[in-house]
Each structure stands twice: as C-alpha cells, then as structure tokens.
Design a protein around this ligand. Structure first.
Ligand code: ZN
Ligand code: ZN
Length: 432
C-alpha cells in the first residue's frame, strides 16, 4: 500500500482559493466526445466544483465562432461568462498546439503547448498568425512545423499577456521533456524565449513531488489540468488559485508560482508512468528497463520509456526531497472510480451514474465530497463504506499499479492487487 501521508489544505486555504482547469478540448479535436460543448462543459464543470475552465481549441474557426456567440466578456474579471449559466464556472480562452520540427540532434521533435489568451481580440490575432503556418480546421489541436522558440517570440509580439505552457511535460511522444522527442531543459527547447515560460503542466503521469527533484525547475510553476476529451474527465486534475478570479490574477499567479494547491492523480494511474511494451503486456520500472537494455524481454522490440524514467534521468535530487515553499500537492481519486469500487459496479453502469448524481448533489460538488466536507458530515450523510473510502483517499492510503506505454494504471482503495514479482526476478536475471 502507498501511504502518502498527505497534508490536506486548511479550511482557510480552501476558502481563499478557487479551482481551475486550464487545458481541455472541444468536440472539434480528434478523439473527443461530441458532448464537449459549452452548455455541457459548464454544467458538468460546475458539478465537479470548477470555478474556471479553459475553452480549449480557440484556434478552431467553428469553435471560436461558438465561443463568441455563447460566451460574454465580463469586464470585471476580464474572463468569459456562459450566458445561460451566469452563476456557473467562468471561462478563459485556451488552446493547444502541436509543434513538429527539427532542432539539435533530433529531426523529429514533437511538443505540445497550451496557449492562454487574455481576450477575443488577442485570440483572433493569434489565429490569424497561426493560419499562415498551417491548417486550423483539420483538428482542434492544430499542428505546425515551427520551433517552440519561434512560436513564443512571435506570440509575445502579439501580446505579452499571452501565456505559453508546455503541456503534459513528460509524456514520451509529444512533450517538452519526453523520452523520444523532447529536450533536457527548458533553455534547450526555448532558447531566447525561455524567460517567457513561467509554468509547465505536470500531466497525469507525473506529480509535483517528482518535478521537485529537478532543481532547474525550482522557479517554474507546476500546474495541473485535466486535458479532458469528455465532460466526465473535467477537473480530474486541476489547479487552485488564490482569489480574485480575474485574468490578471491568473496571469500573475502563474508568473510568480503563487498557487494555493494542485489536485493530482496518483501519477502511477497515468498512462506513461512506468516503462514498458503494451502489446506484450510488459510493464517495467526504470531500473528494470535499463537492465534489459531498453528492449522488450518478450518480443525484443523497443520499450516505451515512461515519465518516471525521464525524471530519474534529469533529476539532481532524490525522491524524498520536499521543498518548504511550494504549493500543496493533493492526490485524489476520481469519485466515479471510488464509487465503482465501493459498490462493485462498472464505471459505465447506469446505477453508478445515478449514485454519482445523487452523492454529488448532496455534497453540492465532487470536490466538496472528495476534499472539503468535514469527516462528521461525511459520516452523517453517506454510506459508511463510501465515507471510509474517501477518508482513506484523503490520507493517501491506497493501492497502486503503475500505468505504462499508453495503458492506464489502477488505483484501489480497499483491494490489494495480486502480488506481482518484479519482471527481472521472474525470468530475466539469470539470463544475464
Ligand atoms: Zn490536450
Ligand atoms: Zn514486446
């Protein structure tokens, strides 16, 4: 069992902060749910407990048009309000781009960057600039053949109030530090544009604790977002900012790293935490992958090197290092997964959806139930086993099985897994 012994945010910290999810996608992005539309996103986002949600995909002309008709600029916060749910979450213009380019010793760099724009006018200028570099209509997350440095320097000419944040910074295929196409530092990737990079998104497979091991990232804010492709995934990771809820405050909080806390997945649950080869069902720790010469012990193919491995390669501190001046990192398990385990129901079953609706309504929001409601209220309102599960999650007492090569990991509150022998012990050590 994992025991994170996590420190929970104080009542004061919870009262003085709001939850934001700054990286999501619309129905116009590849492999995204048709229900990623503003009314659904607003309604479900409210239920999750989000006060601010990124629009995603503002580069897509059809989505941009929808945003302009459905959202209204609020001059008090410089953020956007959904006209049909004015008391719901506010919106902030965000998008993600995929850059594919050559730099240094690698010809096939692939990096995803989140772009945040202060208003429709600036977003429009960004879209005009990007439309000259490639197609904006093919995908809500468009692809361009320019470097990170060029993109950032050009965007800063449009407005210095634009934020550029490397997305899921450690995933092997499409990220700034990824094993296959990434760089070893922000400076190597962004060169003269590095001073404009204030934050990275840690992604599902890594958490702030892992990133703290790299002293070069000490001055960089670590944010967490859902990268949701369907409404149910909204807020599965999120960042809590101190009030006020304004664009200026989001901008300066990211610039200075003054965040309240982040809501994290257990990084083991992410799809690229460990190394491995999915089609052979081979999951390996970084140590095991190294000992095997980065080759799949079943088929001899190349292993996909995960996030933990990359962090170990670049880290200059060990995994026990804990800085005193960083925002709290809170690990939670999505409520639907907890309910599925407690009531022994499939996460997609209708009964479970009903229970989810019922309990989140009783608690007002999912985040209230998972993090905020006092213990005695939980015992008074909810079934005992559910309360026990939530308290265990809050303490960080869970069982984890790491994800690898695109396969999600598993987190369980009660049931331990079949004890799995490390791969090397099973069969390979004696062959060396
Ligand atoms: Zn994304
Ligand atoms: Zn294999």
């Amino acid at each position: 069992m994992q025991n994170k012994n996590q420190t929970l945010p104080s009542k004061e910290l919870l009262e003085n902060s709001f939850l934001a999810d700054l990286h999501i996608h619309s129905k116009y992005s590849r492999a995204c749910s048709r229900s990623m539309e503003i009314p659904q996103i607003a309604r479900i986002g409210k239920k999750k407990g989000l006060s601010l949600i990124g629009t995603g995909d503002f580069t897509h002309p059809a989505w941009f048009k929808e945003l302009k008709t459905q959202l209204e600029f609020d001059p008090v916060s410089d953020l956007l309000i959904f006209k049909d749910l004015p008391e719901g979450p506010k919106f902030i213009l965000t998008s993600e781009v995929s850059l594919i380019f050559s730099q240094g010793n690698k010809t096939n760099r692939r990096v995803h960057l989140v772009i945040i724009a202060p208003n429709f006018e600036v977003a429009e200028e960004i879209n005009l600039y990007l439309s000259k570099l490639g197609s904006l209509t093919a995908d809500g997350r468009p692809t361009f053949g320019i470097s990170c440095k060029k993109l950032v320097l050009d965007l800063m000419k449009i407005s210095e109030k634009i934020l550029v944040i490397p997305a899921h910074a450690w995933t092997p295929w499409y990220s700034i530090f990824g094993a296959f196409s990434g760089f070893d530092s922000l400076e190597e990737a962004f060169e003269e544009a590095t001073p404009y990079i204030y934050a990275i998104e840690t992604g599902l497979s890594s958490d702030p604790e892992m990133n703290w091991r790299i002293s070069k990232l000490d001055h960089i804010a670590l944010i967490s977002c859902s990268d949701a492709h369907s409404p149910a995934k909204l807020g599965r990771e999120a960042t809590a900012f101190f009030y006020p809820l304004t664009y200026e405050n989001i901008y300066s909080s990211i610039k200075t790293g003054n965040l309240a806390f982040t809501v994290e997945f257990y990084p083991e649950e992410g799809k690229y935490h460990y190394d491995g080869h999915r089609s052979c069902k081979v999951c390996l720790s970084p140590k095991e992958a190294k000992a095997l010469g980065f080759k799949c012990p079943k088929c001899g193919g190349k292993l996909t090197i995960g996030v933990l491995h990359r962090i170990e390669d670049l880290a200059d501190r060990d995994e026990t290092y804990r800085p005193s001046n960083k925002p709290l990192s809170i690990h939670l398990v999505p409520l639907i997964e907890i309910l599925s385990e407690v009531f022994n129901l499939s996460p997609t079953s209708k009964t479970l959806t009903k229970l989810y609706e019922q309990y989140t309504s009783m608690a007002d929001t999912e985040i209230n139930l998972l993090l905020k409601l006092p213990e005695e209220d939980l015992f008074n309102l909810f079934p005992e086993k559910l309360t026990e599960a939530i308290l265990r999650v809050r303490k960080g007492e869970v069982f984890v099985k790491p994800g690898y090569d695109g396969e999600y990991g598993v987190v369980k509150v009660f049931a331990a897994f079949e004890p799995e022998e490390p791969y090397l012990k099973q069969q390979t050590l004696f062959s060396f």
